[in-house]
Design a protein around this ligand. Structure first.
Ligand SMILES: *Cc1c(COP(=O)(O)O)cnc(C)c1O
Length: 468
């Protein structure tokens, strides 16, 4: 074959720029971006010809040049981060963005963040304000604390609290509470970054009051409790509660700090879950500073929420680290909106997606699963579609042992394997992440909003019966 002829038949750049499709791309995305894609595709084509042993195949690739350029330009302008459908039944899925934010809240936040806002401006007084002012009162009202603030995430809370209250001194913590929070991040390591020295007391399964008592010295700046939110020690165990630690700390005039992790503001045991300590309770028992995540059971944006005594919170607000860890306007806006829901428990359950999912009654999940199954069957699929019982879990390092009875649409594909089906679902324009169990692909409806059912059915429609 004559490779030189093939190379010569590749359209030149100025010819390509005259192509109608490419002109359209130039108008939409700009000349620079289109030129970059043209160079990428031309290089790819030349390499193909160099490596090819078939003239027909090489000619075919030359024919496909324009469509390749269009695809490359469009890919460069399509966000890589996208909406996905969570069919796994894991409500706080760390890989899928943890707590979903409600559309209604985002629509309200949208108006605030797309223009200017009073983020740090006091409209009443006409001067500089505080970014926490929008939600500090709400947090105090709901939790019973004197003061509040928020930082980037809860790992930041721990860092800021210890840096502000215990830098250069010692902090006593139980060995049973030295947790790893995922992604190899360990609470003890985060604490060390604060400049406070950890004094570990007790053993993994048992820590007594006397362990704290015996280790308190002149150097002790705080007593720290970490709620073991992502694992449970069961069996022969003992730990010391906040109310036991408070008198000891008061005597020494040092604070008791509690890292609650999950940040529950309503008693979830009313809804059939096991009891998880609430922030209000921790404050009521005398904890001086309490911190928790914004995007775990609280159900809001990623944040580290800190509540407690004003004298301690004031120290944190003045710490230079706060500037590095501060929340942005999206978070400030979303936190206020979510907190307003907590003014009434009924509203919180209805309007905060995480709480709505956790508390959805089984019969309601069953009704929705039947509806999704009907839509999937109607869309047309080769395979069996059934409604089956399953179990959802909380995830995100919260309530690790908890299983919530739920309902799923189970698809047993014909003609392709479950692994193939799962992969095709992942590659959809709106990817669907299912749970696969033996020979079925399961979609737990607890984590799928009804408004997304159409998307699921439309996505699944063409997945089976295709050639590999
Ligand atoms: C999850 C968790 C953290 C970390 O919170 P992020 O918001 O993910 O930074 C810290 N402490 C405890 C006890 C946790 O459960």
């Amino acid at each position: 074959m004559n490779k030189n002829m093939l190379y010569r038949s590749i359209p030149k750049v100025d010819i390509l720029l005259q192509d109608e499709l490419i002109k359209e791309m130039t108008e939409r995305y700009g000349r620079e971006s289109v030129m970059a894609s043209i160079h990428v595709e031309l290089a790819r084509l030349r390499k193909f010809i160099a490596d090819s042993e078939s003239e027909a195949e090489a000619e075919e690739q030359i024919q496909l040049l324009v469509s390749g350029i269009v695809r490359t330009v469009e890919a460069a302008h399509t966000p890589n981060m996208k909406k996905v459908i969570n069919g796994t039944g894991t409500i706080l899925h760390t890989n899928l963005g943890r707590a979903p934010i409600s559309r209604a809240h985002m629509e309200k936040a949208f108006r605030i963040v797309t223009g200017y806002s009073n983020l740090e401006y006091n409209l009443e007084k006409g001067r500089r304000g505080e970014r926490y002012s929008h939600f500090e009162e709400l947090l105090c009202k709901i939790t019973g604390a004197e003061a509040a603030m928020a930082v980037n995430n809860n790992a930041s809370s721990v860092l800021l609290i210890l840096s502000s209250l215990a830098k250069g001194g010692e902090v006593i913590v139980s060995r049973g509470e030295l947790i790893e929070i995922g992604g190899k991040f360990r609470i003890p390591d985060v604490m060390e970054q604060s400049g406070a020295a950890l004094v570990e007391v007790g053993t993994t399964n048992k820590t007594h009051f006397s362990d704290y008592e015996e280790h308190i010295t002149e150097e002790t700046k705080a007593l720290l409790k970490v709620h073991t939110s992502n694992y449970r020690i069961v069996g022969f165990t003992e730990s010391v509660t906040i109310d036991e630690l408070v008198p000891l700390a008061r005597e020494r005039e040092i604070p008791v700090i509690e890292d609650l992790g999950s940040g529950v503001l309503i008693d979830l045991s009313k809804y059939g879950l096991s009891y998880e300590p609430t922030v209000q309770e921790s404050i009521a028992k005398g904890a001086d500073v309490v911190c928790f995540s914004g995007d775990k059971l609280f159900g809001g944006p990623q944040a580290g929420i800190i509540v407690g005594r004003k004298k301690y919170i004031d120290k944190m607000k003045k710490n230079q680290l706060t500037r590095a860890l501060r929340i942005d306007k999206f978070t400030a806006a979303a936190l206020e909106l979510v907190l307003q829901e907590y003014l009434s428990e009924e509203k919180a359950i209805r309007n905060i997606p995480v709480l709505r999912m956790i508390t959805e009654p089984l019969d309601e999940a069953a009704r929705r699963a039947r509806s999704l199954a009907r839509m999937v069957r109607a869309a047309g699929i080769e395979g069996r579609v059934e409604v089956v019982s399953c179990e959802s879990q909380i995830g995100g390092g919260s309530l690790p042992l908890e299983r919530i009875p739920s309902m799923a649409v189970a698809i047993r594909p014909e003609g392709i394997s479950v692994a193939e089906m799962e992969e095709r679902m992942r590659r959809l324009p709106v990817p669907i992440i299912p749970r696969t169990v033996n020979d079925t692909v399961m979609l737990d409806v607890r984590t799928i909003e009804t408004e997304d059912f159409k998307l699921v059915a439309a996505g699944i429609q063409n997945l089976t019966g295709l050639e590999k």
